[in-house]
Design a protein around this ligand. Structure first.
Ligand code: IPE
Ligand code: IPE
Ligand code: MG
Length: 254
């Protein structure tokens, strides 16, 4: 039996930069939107299995504020898919105790997407098994600037700032949990303006797998690697447990 690390049982906030949909489609001679469609299925697989792996919060990067730069048909295709996904999954989420929340700006989203999100949030708000946060029109730097303005010059603690950040990210009154494990697919190794504050001590996991190919086994593998990491948050390893027959004088002599 392998020795367990101290954070083995702690509930995990995992965040995923779901990248590589376009490359997945292009490699098959398909339009990019076909990759996004497959990406939706991968997201579903991950949501389904996450709670069984000890993940209590999951933030999925679905659309960045910079993604508006893409061609209009891709953007509208993505928005339609987000709406389809949220509407299709809401019932299952409700049944399985998954609380759905969106973070990011809402004012630039198509009205029907906004309505789908609001409905999902209200129908699933009692879920306790998993908090699923979908980052939509999301920019971490924009959120930080807005939070700084809201918190004001007298903001004196990280805690207070985290509440301001929660407010501007659509979850007022609920501090956002720090990210424990940040996964990015498709071989890229950057943050692309995702959860910069919350990922201060996140463990990073990069995989070449393209997002539409990502499944249960990939998430299990990422969690396995994560569980083996030594997280000290600037401190030192916790002392190993003392043997039952510990004698203080022996320790002093050692
Ligand atoms: C990620 O896949 C999905 C979104 C950004 C919405 P991409 O569309 O970025 O796929 P690649 O990186 O072009 O392969
Ligand atoms: C990040 O992926 C955004 C999402 C996955 C939604 P991008 O593909 O847009 O990021 P860059 O352009 O490679 O940094
Ligand atoms: Mg990409």
């Amino acid at each position: 039996m392998t020795q367990s690390t101290w954070h083995e049982e702690k509930p995990v906030h995992a965040a995923i930069i779901m990248d590589g949909n376009g490359r997945w489609a292009t490699a098959r001679g398909m339009p990019r939107i076909a990759g996004h469609r497959e990406g939706v299925e991968a997201a579903r697989r991950v949501i389904e299995v996450a709670p069984d792996l000890g993940i209590r919060a999951l933030t999925l990067y679905a659309f960045s504020a910079d993604n508006w730069k893409r061609p209009a048909p891709e953007v509208s295709g993505l928005m339609a898919l987000v709406e389809y996904f949220v509407r299709r999954e809401v019932e299952r989420c409700e049944r399985q105790g998954v609380e759905v929340l969106a973070i990011g700006r809402r004012d630039r989203l198509p009205r029907s997407v906004r309505a789908a999100i609001e409905e999902a949030e209200s129908r699933t708000r009692r879920g306790t098994r998993l908090t699923l946060r979908v980052a939509l029109d999301y920019s971490s730097r924009d959120a930080l600037v807005e939070a700084a303005a809201l918190a004001g010059p007298d903001c004196a603690s990280r805690e207070a700032f985290a509440y301001a950040l929660a407010s501007v990210q659509g979850t007022p009154g609920r501090r956002l949990p720090d990210v424990d494990l940040l996964i990015r697919t498709a071989g890229e190794q950057r943050l692309s303006d995702f959860l910069l504050w919350e990922s201060a001590y996140a463990e990073l996991h990069f995989t070449p797998t393209l997002w539409p190919d990502f499944g249960e086994q990939d998430l299990r593998a990422a969690m396995r690697v994560y569980r083996q990491r030594n997280r000290t948050f600037g401190g030192l390893d916790p002392l190993p447990a003392l043997p039952a027959a510990y004698n203080g004088s022996q320790r002093r002599l050692a």
